[in-house]
Write a protein that binds this ligand. Structure first.
Ligand code: NOJ
Length: 538
């Protein structure tokens, strides 16, 4: 669990190890031109807010030209900016302004699929003889007719779309408007590597790589086996085990090539979006002499039940699964996941903030979670998420996590002068950034305090970790660096629990608390979380 090699003995820790990443979903951050949709000038106008939050890097969800069938994850030009968001000059201004504030800027790279409106796909579907035909995955119908195999799209329905003009099907792991690219084609591969060069030459500090484990499919495209454990509460995609459509060895080789390219530019970071069990997840770090991504995103805090026993187990298992050189990371929210405050309630969301910012490994937090946006009701006529309206009976709507940032109590919460593309959180007149900046015990104040503490406390930023003994419902762990020793104790329930200190130590200092005040009376108050500095009791 605690790796001495990673807990302080290594002299140099790159920024992405000790830093905190903040995800900006640009459509919903700040609108500058009144169209109801956020844009780059809006992000620029709010950069001081992000800098004051104390984070080190911004990950910007896609801003490239796109028909927006999947809100930018359907890219029609990998080297441009959609006019809805601005232009390349606006991007350069944002990048320069971020760097001037000491903030890194990470872009979203979407390698598995393009938009069906990308010129590459338009050429590819124009004829079977087009030089770009093989840049996508085209197949004849199955011998008896119908799709070439049984693969199911992540958004439901067959993963194959019939193209009447050229008489073949093309593969799409997501929407039919998002045809899968063929990474087995060397020319496509070169073109995509050029995309990475294009942005790194411009100065971006790294990429979050969309569905990285999807990018290569097994030779021959065999049927995926059925999932014997599927229940109707799961998505249609989960009816099959994605054995042949994801996580292929050739994809690891490509990740290693991407890493070699990024390393040639100095300290850039590659973050892979990867959903896999620990053993297969850890393989995406690669090997010391042929590394792959720096951070395979770890979504376990999102995917698992919120109780002390489960958290204890996932932290221990994840730490144990890491290769010796692999740096951990934790994510608590995203534009795809339910809001943490909606999932576990606001009191526990404060505990979650403390957990995220005191675990070993790079934390990624999602815009709006720092002010505790909770459940948002999306009326049926305002649903925009294609995943939701394709599978309406499932509780998977992503719009509720994409609602605009409420900045203040003015019209439309200061997000736009037009009509916001999605509704605001209903409590925006009181739950907004301005209100929370003025409140010393707000969620925002807690986030800022925890991020600031992490910045000045090596034990938190780069130190070792070991799970400690806790009462039931309490998750407790120690962090340390050199002589500095901390105990983090988190009460996962609303009733008081005993605060257990390790043998032979006493509390030297309370560094942070999730509650406005927390007397040191031997109990850990309901929903209480504490960061304590320990000293030897002698
Ligand atoms: C993951 C992205 O986060 C999600 O928003 C998108 O729909 C899919 N990948 C497809 O690109």
């Amino acid at each position: 669990m605690s790796s001495p090699a990673l807990s302080g003995a290594v002299a140099h820790h790159p920024w992405w190890e000790s830093g905190v990443i903040y995800q900006v979903y640009p459509r919903s951050f700040q609108d500058s031109d009144g169209d109801g949709i956020g844009d780059l000038a809006g992000v620029l106008a709010r950069l001081d807010y992000i800098a004051a939050l104390g984070v080190d890097a911004i990950w910007l969800s896609p801003v490239f030209p796109s028909p927006m069938a999947d809100f930018g994850y359907d890219v029609a030009d990998y080297c441009g900016i959609d006019p809805m968001f601005g232009d390349l000059a606006a991007f350069d201004s944002l990048l320069a302004a971020a760097h001037a504030r000491g903030l890194k800027l990470i872009l979203d790279f979407v390698p598995n699929h393009s938009s069906d409106q990308h010129p590459w796909f338009l050429a590819s579907r124009s004829s079977r003889d087009d030089p770009k035909r093989d840049w996508y995955i085209w197949r004849d119908p199955a011998p008896g007719g119908g799709p070439p195999n049984n693969w199911i799209s992540d958004f439901g329905g067959s993963a194959w779309e019939w193209d009447a003009r050229t008489g073949q099907y093309y593969l799409h792991a997501f929407l039919k408007e998002q045809p899968d690219l063929n990474w087995r084609n060397p020319a496509l591969r070169d073109a995509m590597m050029d995309v990475l060069r294009f942005w790194m030459d411009r100065g971006v500090d790294g990429f979050r790589i969309d569905v990285l484990w999807h990018i290569v499919k097994a030779e021959g495209l065999p049927d995926n086996p059925p999932n014997p454990h599927w229940t109707p509460a799961q998505t249609e995609r989960d009816k099959l085990i994605q054995r042949y459509s994801t996580d292929q060895p050739e994809a690891h080789a490509i990740a290693a090539d991407m890493r070699a390219l990024a390393d040639g530019y100095g300290e850039r970071v590659l973050i892979g979006e990867i959903f896999l069990p620990n053993d297969r997840h850890a393989r995406w770090y690669g090997a010391p002499d042929r590394p792959q991504v720096h951070l395979p995103f770890n979504f376990q805090l999102i995917e698992n039940d919120w109780n002390a026993a489960t958290l204890n187990r996932i932290i221990a298992d994840y730490e144990a699964s890491l290769p010796p050189f692999g740096w951990p990371n934790w994510v608590i929210g995203s534009h795809d996941a339910p809001r943490i405050s909606a999932r576990i309630g606001e009191a526990q969301a404060r505990v979650a903030a403390m957990l995220l910012l005191t675990l070993r490994g790079t934390p990624t937090l999602y815009q709006g979670d720092e002010i505790g946006i909770g459940p948002v009701d999306i009326p049926p006529d305002r649903i925009r998420d294609p995943q939701h309206w394709r599978q309406p009976t499932l509780d998977i709507g992503r719009d509720r996590s994409r609602t605009p940032m409420p900045w203040d109590a003015s019209a439309n919460a200061g997000f736009t002068t037009g009509k916001p593309w999605l509704p605001l959180n209903a409590d925006w007149p009181v739950r907004n950034v301005d209100a929370q900046l003025a409140d010393p015990v707000s969620m925002l104040a807690l986030y800022r305090a925890l991020i600031a503490l992490r910045r000045v406390t090596r034990a938190l930023a780069i130190g070792g970790i070991a799970i400690a003994v806790g009462d039931s419902d309490v998750l407790a762990y120690e962090r340390w660096h050199d002589d500095d020793r901390l105990l983090i104790a988190l009460n996962l329930c609303a009733e008081p629990r005993q605060l257990l200190l390790p043998v032979g130590v006493r509390i030297a200092e309370v560094l942070a608390s999730t509650l406005p005040s927390h007397p040191m009376d031997g109990t850990l108050h309901g929903d209480g979380g504490l960061v304590l500095r320990l000293e030897r009791d002698d």
